[in-house]
Design a protein around this ligand. Structure first.
Ligand SMILES: *Cc1c(COP(=O)(O)O)cnc(C)c1O
Length: 358
């Protein structure tokens, strides 16, 4: 029996992506690698139809966190402060990053899962001298889709740019590069794009990259990657096999209709999970219109512990995900990403009924 991953990345791979992992051995200093790297960079811009004169994608070997850290280490200025929005684990992680680099920052801290308090963020931006707002798009901690359209408005009014952790939204949610004041979005291969863990990337405006701060990090210096990748090279060894896989995953992504189609697909899957669980008396943590299409969090039923529910579903071929931190005892999460077919979905419904009802 095939195990289906319903955790928020890595995802169940398509056969095509898995096969791409065993393409021929390749040195990262050869022309074939340059082509592969450039093909991925071009396709990543195509996901949101971005012009190559204005935007650049930079590929890194590392998990999503590497891309987020590279974005902050390189694009937070030395002479101004940033405002970090925290309403979950990933916002708090970005706070730890700026502290590690000695970047001047303030936090707008809220309870996990809550909707962004746009008014108070706006007031804070008006009062302080912030270059950037640093924010998570989809807070995977709770499934909360932060309202970046509303945040973009207050950023525009106060002349503040946005640095976005889009690790669990890039490729499945709207990111309005034309109308939001975005300097950069960090993301990864192995979530909504259905690639393999090991490649992460930052999509940034070339103007922002031209003002990048160097010297904060050796390995995570985006301007170093940008200049070398624009010239067909790479500063360090890249994870060649995961590049093969991402290239193939992106081809499949476009063949399947791009981010809008993926959003639709994830919505359908989450709807199935949500209605099945609702019939079993399990409540979702957030209303559907405040949640991403990618992942929803659910309250563990009274008297059930996560380990038992997880083990019973695992025995039936499905991996669900625990709550993080303060939510680890009370919440479980189910994600819709990956190569899952309608037969798998039917089996999942059956498994949920067996495990939750008993
Ligand atoms: C998955 C995720 C990350 C990165 O996690 P890695 O384990 O480093 O891949 C960062 N931010 C968000 C919102 C995520 O969901």
């Amino acid at each position: 029996m095939k195990t289906i991953l319903l955790n928020p990345g890595p995802v169940s791979l398509s056969e095509g992506v898995r096969a791409a992992l065993s393409r021929p051995d390749l040195c990262h200093r050869e022309a074939e690698f340059s082509e592969l790297q450039q093909s991925i960079r071009d396709q990543l811009l195509r996901v949101y139809e971005l012009a190559t004169e204005t935007w650049a994608s930079v590929l890194l070997t590392g998990s999503g966190t590497a891309a987020v850290e590279a974005m902050l280490a390189t694009l937070c200025p030395r002479d101004q402060q940033v405002l970090i929005i925290e309403n979950g684990v990933y916002g708090e992680r970005m706070r730890r990053m700026v502290d590690a680099y000695g970047i001047s920052a303030e936090s707008h801290h809220q309870a996990w899962g809550g909707a962004l308090d746009i008014q108070s963020i706006g007031a804070r931006l008006e009062q302080g001298d912030f270059s950037h707002v640093v924010v998570v798009h989809h807070e995977t901690t709770t499934g909360r889709l932060n309202d970046l359209a509303a945040l973009a408005e207050v950023c525009l009014t106060s002349d503040t740019r946005m640095l976005i952790d889009g690790v669990s939204s890039f490729g499945a949610e709207l990111i309005d590069f034309d109308n939001w004041p975005i300097d950069a979005v960090a993301a990864t291969a192995n979530k909504c794009l259905h690639g393999v863990p090991g490649t992460a990337f930052v999509v940034a405006s070339r103007e922002a990259l031209s003002k990048a701060v160097s010297g904060r990090s050796v390995y995570l210096d985006l301007s170093d990657y940008l200049s070398k990748q624009d010239a067909g090279g790479t500063p360090f060894t890249q994870s060649v096999q995961t590049f093969y896989a991402l290239d193939k995953a992106l081809q499949e992504f476009f063949d399947q209709g791009g981010w809008q189609a993926r959003q639709q697909l994830f919505r359908q899957r989450m709807h199935t999970v949500r209605t099945t669980l609702a019939e079993l008396g399990v409540t979702a943590v957030l209303p559907v219109d405040e949640t991403s299409c990618v992942l929803h969090a659910f309250e563990l039923p009274e008297g059930r512990d996560y380990a038992t529910v997880h083990a019973a579903l695992k025995a039936r071929g499905f991996i669900i995900y625990a709550g993080q931190g303060q939510l680890s005892e009370t919440v479980f999460r189910i994600s819709a990403m990956g190569d899952i077919n309608s037969n798998d979905m039917a089996r999942l419904q059956q498994a949920l009924r067996e495990v939750i009802a008993t």
